[in-house]
Design a protein around this ligand. Structure first.
Ligand SMILES: Cc1ncc(COP(=O)(O)O)c(C=O)c1O
Length: 399
């Protein structure tokens, strides 16, 4: 599996990196995009830019005809700067303030996701006449990260929300769904598409004829390992087959013209980005339970690139140490936070016993949500500036 996700060009760039960095293989991202288009030729792709908000990635995908799913006015503005036309930029976050909506509308955005009557009312005021997509809730089963609680409406509520959108002068244009990130089963897609079919039918009966279905994110990366270190091996062919069948069924149920879009994030970028980190120390310590364990402390961890490390393992490569002996180790980041570690109770990771401080380590399949979670404002929301309530020198709050 490791060999499958590490292209020659990515390996060469990692080997040449003079120090820690995250390296992306744009050609690999392009190949993954082309493969997705071959699997789902009549589905337009909107890249979920939160997974890798780099101008070069956005520009590449825009030149190939893709759009983006943006989560904030900050992401919208970046997408436009990077060359994504406003008409291919969708505001996919159901959570937005009045100001967020007005700003996105001012920037030229005309399609918005929604999942509540309150959000629809705000859209009618701040983005009058916009096309709205109601997000239908999913259960999240089968995904490494279910997105079921915070987003989406049950089918019956979705119908009411679309009726309200129509009554307020918005265009009830479509339905959307998200089966959960790194969705590992075809069944989850099957269930979601069935639910969409039920909502489409109910809308048709009320004279609301949507023209789009947004299949959302959730397509898996291929290179991850589970928390025990076993390759995840998502059934990608089956997932695509289920999606194609489900689309045929939705077209049949609807009876009218229906276009499809999909919003992959990690599927496009995760396997084509890798972190070149280094060993801080391979140490052996006795724990409070009396057990001796090896700990591999790396220069990157939960707070600088590997935020998702407690849900999965990334394949590690130790260039210069191609043979053993190996010792099983907990892998941890460099910070003073004890959550900054993985493989505690789950599978320990075999690491070369001869590792020395400063040795390079490559963290594969770490191209999604790596820079965005921890080194840029995630989803385009900037980090908070700080202010002072009082200072010994007597300066005021904003002094
Ligand atoms: C609205 C929306 N679309 C797409 C995605 C991308 O999901 P994934 O990276 O699982 O493909 C997300 C992720 O949070 C999302 O919120």
């Amino acid at each position: 599996m490791t060999a499958a996700v590490l292209s020659e060009s990515l390996a060469a760039a990692l080997a040449a990196a003079p120090g820690d960095r995250i390296v992306y293989d744009l050609a690999g991202i392009e190949r993954r995009y082309d493969a997705l288009r071959r699997e789902l030729p009549d589905v337009r792709v909107r890249f979920a830019m939160k997974a890798c908000p780099l101008d070069e990635v956005l520009g590449l995908l825009a030149r190939k005809g893709a759009g983006v799913d943006a989560a904030s006015p900050g992401e919208v503005a970046q997408a436009l700067r990077a060359g994504v036309p406003a008409g291919r930029t969708h505001y996919g976050n159901t959570v937005k303030s009045d100001r967020n909506i007005a700003e996105a509308h001012r920037l030229g955005i005309r399609t918005f996701a929604t999942d509540s009557l309150q959000d629809v009312a705000a859209l009618a005021v701040h983005a009058p006449g916009a096309r709205v997509f109601c997000r239908v809730a999913t259960g999240g089963a089968g995904a490494v990260w279910g997105l079921s609680h915070k987003f989406g409406s049950p089918p019956g509520d979705a119908v009411r929300i679309m009726e309200r959108a129509r009554d307020l002068g918005l265009v009830p244009a479509g339905l959307s769904v998200h089966v959960g990130s790194q969705q590992m089963t075809g069944e989850a897609w099957h269930t979601a598409l069935e639910d969409l079919g039920a909502v489409l039918h109910a809308l048709d009966l009320r004279g609301i004829r949507v023209d789009h279905v947004n299949l959302g994110g959730g397509l898996p990366a291929l290179g991850y390992r589970d928390r025990h270190g076993a390759p995840l091996e998502p059934p990608l062919d089956k997932i695509f087959a289920v999606i194609r069948e489900g689309m045929d069924e939705l077209r049949r149920v609807h009876g009218g013209p229906l276009e499809f879009v999909i919003e992959p994030g990690r599927h496009l970028v995760a396997d084509h980005g890798a972190i070149r980190a280094h060993v801080a120390r391979l140490a052996e310590r006795r724990g409070t339970d009396g057990e001796r364990r090896h700990w591999l402390y790396l220069s990157c961890g939960k707070f600088n690139g590997l935020y998702e490390m407690d849900a999965l393992q990334y394949p590690l490569v130790f260039p210069g140490h191609t043979t053993g002996p190996y010792v099983p180790a907990v892998v941890a980041g460099p910070t003073c936070d004890s959550d900054d570690a993985y493989a505690h109770e789950a599978g320990l990771v075999p690491v070369p016993r001869a590792l020395a401080s400063g040795d390079p380590v490559w963290v594969l399949s770490s191209g999604a949500y790596a820079t965005s979670y921890t080194t840029l404002g995630f989803n385009g929301f900037a980090p908070l500036p700080h202010a002072w309530a009082g200072r010994p020198d007597g300066a005021g709050a904003d002094g």
